[in-house]
Design a protein around this ligand. Structure first.
Ligand code: DGL
Length: 256
């Protein structure tokens, strides 16, 4: 039987990974669950996020998922280690791309735009310490940006103003490389690119996550090498889902 890969995020953010995933794994079925009833995750405690992540894992297992992707930096940095202890299913997560950014930065100054939960997490701090001996990381919490994406207000003046405030601080501090440490933020790229000067590199780690999913599936002999067409199904914990504005398929309401 063909088993899907499960993805979850607090909302639409994790969708930003799917183009890279479809390019690397074109035949894999996908179940995407947006926990919009509990969005945003960035301001929640790790205990709260763990509770949600456990319920979501159960739901995705009930949908026969063979691997679960935490398509959310906040959930990955806060709870992936605990989920791995509690469930036998393999998990893949996404974390701010600190290491590739440190390598790419010529001046050794990297801006990291992420949620409060991600920037305050132990995993993020461990990674920045390990990769930061020659690199200065400028951390910036993107308060309000997830809501701008969820409400599809990407081109609004308020979104521009928020981004301008956050990015200018990092530009003034000399960043030459920017890490988008939240899966919602790639949807803001058209606005971000209007604000930052062209010499600033933006690191996209969606391809690296897709490759990691493929590596884990291959290692566990779960990789679908058939040429069958992939089916994508979408679920939301909210009856009034923002996914509707981002995907063409019907959205299934799945209360948690
Ligand atoms: N998209 C998520 C992340 O990558 C969650 C953002 C939120 O819900 O605050 O961090």
């Amino acid at each position: 039987m063909k088993q899907p890969i499960g993805f979850f995020d607090s909302g639409v953010g994790g969708l930003s990974l799917l183009p890279a995933v479809s390019a690397v794994l074109p035949n894999e079925d996908i179940c995407y669950l947006a926990d919009e009833a509990f969005s945003p995750y960035g301001e929640k405690t790790s205990t709260e996020i763990l509770d949600r992540a456990r319920s979501i894992t159960e739901k995705l297992l009930a949908l026969e998922c063979k691997l679960i992707v935490l398509a959310c930096n906040t959930a990955t940095t806060q709870v992936i280690n605990q989920l791995r202890k509690e469930f036998a299913v393999p998990f893949v997560g996404i974390e701010p791309a600190i290491k590739p950014a440190a390598i790419a930065s010529k001046k050794g100054v990297v801006g990291v735009l992420a949620t409060k939960g991600t920037l305050n997490s132990q995993l993020f701090h461990k990674n920045s310490l390990e990769n930061g001996s020659k690199t200065k990381f400028i951390e910036q919490i993107g308060t309000g940006l997830v809501e701008c994406v969820e409400n599809n207000k990407i081109n609004d003046a308020k979104t521009y103003a928020l981004l301008e405030t956050y990015l200018n601080r990092m530009i003034d501090d000399g960043m030459d490389t920017l890490v988008l440490g939240c899966t919602h933020y790639p949807f803001l790229l058209p606005v971000i690119e209007k604000i930052i000067p062209p010499h600033i590199n933006i690191i996209d780690n969606s391809k690296a996550v897709a490759q990691q999913i493929k590596r884990v599936l291959s290692k566990l002999d779960l990789y679908d090498a058939s040429k069958s067409t992939a089916t994508h199904r979408y679920f939301s914990s909210s009856a009034n889902s923002s996914l509707k504005a981002f995907v063409k398929q019907p959205i299934n309401y799945l209360p948690l």
